[in-house]
Design a protein. Structure first.
Length: 205
């Protein structure tokens, strides 16, 4: 809908003179978001056919990656790299520039509703996974009892941590590179793979 505002020359140069190492380092923070897909392993337990979870997870990550790449290129083609780098969420700002035949305008309210609804579903899933996992770890009979401890803790963290700080690129790079990617994206799946392999060998023996 904002095609009339595109300036494709602002995407260039695609490969900056900063070098491959700098570009790869800058991609680590967005790539660390893929570590969230590890949490879906907890949900596969409730599926009738858990093996299908892998296929759905791969397709989901692929779809999100393609959509994110398109939205990033769109933001760069409209705002340019200098202005987009200063924005908190450039893809959300795109909605304010939609003007189709001077009839369809101000659609950011619809994107806000869709965004908040998707974030609500995501946070609800995280809360369920955290409560269920802690109850399994502590040996609680009812996993819902852990909500009374985790929900207030999450509320306090969200209250004490400003949103602008959490979205800071340096903090994302620090947390993503040092904690999220080594533990969530690599460590936990590798550990689960070892545990599953050992269990299969024990059952086979």
């Amino acid at each position: 809908m904002s095609f009339n505002n595109y300036e494709f020359e602002q995407i260039l140069p695609i490969f900056s003179e900063s070098g491959v190492r700098t570009i790869m380092r800058g991609s680590l923070a967005p790539a660390s978001v893929l570590g969230d897909t590890v949490f879906l392993l907890m949900v596969t337990k409730f599926m009738k056919n858990p093996r299908q979870g892998t296929k759905f997870a791969v397709w989901g990550v692929a779809a999100v990656s393609i959509i994110s790449s398109i939205m990033t290129l769109t933001a760069l083609s409209i705002f340019g790299s200098a202005l987009a780098a200063k924005m908190l969420i450039p893809t959300f700002e795109l909605m304010r520039f939609v003007s189709l035949m001077e009839f369809i305008q101000n659609i950011e309210i619809f994107s806000s509703v869709l965004w908040f609804f998707s974030v609500f579903i995501k946070l609800s899933l995280y809360l369920f996974i955290t409560c269920y996992g802690m109850s399994q770890w502590l040996g609680l009979k009812r996993w819902t009892n852990s909500i009374w401890l985790i929900a207030p803790a999450v509320y306090l963290i969200a209250w004490k941590s400003p949103q602008a700080v959490l979205y800071d690129s340096q903090i994302q790079l620090y947390l993503g590179v040092r904690y999220v990617m080594p533990f969530e994206l690599i460590g936990i799946p590798f550990l689960l793979w070892i545990v599953g392999t050992v269990r299969k060998r024990r059952k086979g023996g």
